[in-house]
Design a binder for this molecule. Structure first.
Ligand SMILES: [Zn+2]
Length: 368
């Protein structure tokens, strides 16, 4: 394989997603052009294209983060192996809310019942029979280290990691849950119903699932649509580390993003513009972040210059996925446009980078 591409960043609208994903999945039109040798080499080397967007991970309350990353099977097996489960003859299936057996049949394991409202969105109310616990009473009496299955589903990811890590039998569960923590979701509950997750949370659960179940020997192109939406600064650093993990596993990452702390970490940037909406859609500049900065007429370059310069001034090490150097970033709550993070300060205190110019974590691992 001639190339392995690392992180691209596209400061542009989400329209790019459909064009890019559609084109790559089709893999036809562009690839027939002989001038597109690089493109063809690249697409032929791809085993899959994954669009990681903000659409829900499921439509029903029975879909949740722990089922999505496939850690619930192991949790159910652990419960079925407890002495009290064996006394009752409970199998892993009894601890599922997807099949009859151990679940509350009044709500079919949802824990809530849907109330249809004539002129409003449907309401979900706690189930009268199980009081929202989703299981039969005798199933709830089964405890593993003092907790029943509903208690476990009510734990936050961070709590559950500590809980399962304390016992050799639970280590594999803790390991899987750790990726949810790695993507900044330590605060969500294992059994949090899919419809209650925000778009950004759903997107990060999907990212976690890809990190938890790496396809060996595959070269997948991941496309992320505005992944920093709603994220705090520390969580953006976590996200960058996750992208790096995908790249180190042999994959490539395309990110549609306005956030300059992400853009500056890219190997290659395609700046679309010059304006938003109607006034945009043109390729304004392409290249490394430095080349974007040097490109005349690139608004992104103008703001990017400031972000790169601030990193240099503070000691050379730019903030990369592997550092937690980002502080003092007041007013960084949104990533509306280049200006949204124009005021971002990176104090560049990244020891790991040793002050070497151009070490941006993601960037250096991309090439091969
Ligand atoms: Zn119920």
């Amino acid at each position: 394989m001639a190339h392995r591409y690392g992180v691209f960043s596209v400061a542009a609208s989400a329209v790019v997603v459909s064009a890019l994903a559609g084109g790559l999945l089709g893999r036809s039109a562009l690839a027939t052009d002989t001038r597109q040798q690089d493109y063809r080499t690249f697409t032929e080397a791809l085993s899959a294209v994954e669009l990681v967007d903000q659409s829900p991970i499921g439509r029903t309350p029975r879909s949740n983060p722990v089922t999505y990353i496939q850690a619930f099977d192991q949790i159910r097996t652990i419960f079925a192996s407890t002495p009290s489960a064996k006394v009752h003859g409970f199998k892993p299936g009894h601890f599922s809310f997807n099949v009859p057996g151990g679940r509350c049949e009044a709500c079919e394991g949802d824990g809530v019942v849907r109330v249809e409202m004539q002129f409003l969105a449907d309401l979900f109310l706690p189930c009268d029979v199980c009081k929202g616990t989703r299981f039969r009473k005798d199933v709830l009496d089964v405890r593993y280290h003092g907790k029943n299955i509903n208690d476990v589903l009510g734990m936050t990811v961070a709590e559950a990691i500590r809980f399962f890590d304390a016992d050799p039998m639970g280590r594999r569960v803790a390991e899987k849950l750790r990726v949810l923590n790695d993507v900044g979701l330590g605060y969500i509950r294992l059994g949090q119903p899919a419809p209650s997750l925000s778009g950004g949370e759903a997107q990060r659960v999907k990212l976690a699932a890809h990190l938890a179940m790496p396809a060996r020997g595959q070269h997948t192109l991941f496309i992320f649509d505005e992944p920093t939406t709603g994220l705090h600064f520390d969580d953006i650093a976590k996200l960058l580390r996750c992208f790096q993990a995908l790249i180190e596993a042999g994959n490539s990452v395309v990110i549609i993003e306005h956030n300059l702390d992400v853009v500056k970490c890219a190997d290659y940037v395609i700046d679309l513009g010059p304006e938003a909406g109607e006034g945009g859609g043109m390729v304004v500049a392409t290249g490394t972040p430095e080349q974007i900065v040097a490109a005349p007429g690139s608004y992104t370059g103008r703001y990017l210059r400031e972000v790169l310069k601030l990193g240099e001034d503070a000691g050379g090490g730019r903030v990369a996925g592997g550092t937690k150097a980002q502080k003092g970033n007041g007013g960084h709550g949104r990533n509306g446009g280049p200006g949204g993070s124009g005021g971002a300060r990176t104090n560049g205190a990244s020891k790991a980078n040793g002050g070497s110019r151009g070490t941006r974590g993601l960037r250096d691992t991309g090439g091969s």
